[in-house]
Design a protein around this ligand. Structure first.
Ligand SMILES: [Zn+2]
Length: 88
C-alpha cells in the first residue's frame, strides 16, 4: 500500500491536550463543533512533480500541447488527468 496522496490535520480547537492533533486520510472530514475545517496536506513529492510539469509546459509553451511528446510517462499521466475535462 502506498502513502496517501493527501491527509488532513485536525483543527487545533479539537486537539487532545495529551496527544495533540490527530491526522486522518478521509476524503472530506467533517467540520468540528466549532465549525473549523480540517487542514488538507498534499504529499511533497506530488507537489514537486506538478511544479516540474508546469516548468516543462513553460519551457515548451511554443510546442504542440505544451511539449506533450517530450514529457515523461509520469508527466503525461498528470497532464492527462488535469486536462481530460477540457478536452470534451
Ligand atoms: Zn474544534
Amino acid at each position: 500500500m502506498s502513502d496517501p496522496k493527501r491527509i488532513y490535520l485536525q483543527p487545533e480547537c479539537c486537539a487532545d491536550p495529551d496527544t495533540g492533533r490527530m491526522w486522518c486520510e478521509d476524503q472530506d472530514p467533517e467540520e468540528c463543533e466549532e465549525g473549523k475545517a480540517w487542514t488538507e496536506y498534499v504529499r511533497a513529492d506530488r507537489v514537486k512533480a506538478l511544479e516540474e510539469l508546469v516548468s516543462h509546459c513553460w519551457v515548451h509553451s511554443d510546442y504542440e500541447n505544451c511539449g506533450y511528446r517530450k514529457m515523461t510517462t509520469e508527466q503525461k499521466k498528470i497532464f492527462d488527468s488535469l486536462t481530460i475535462e477540457l478536452k470534451f
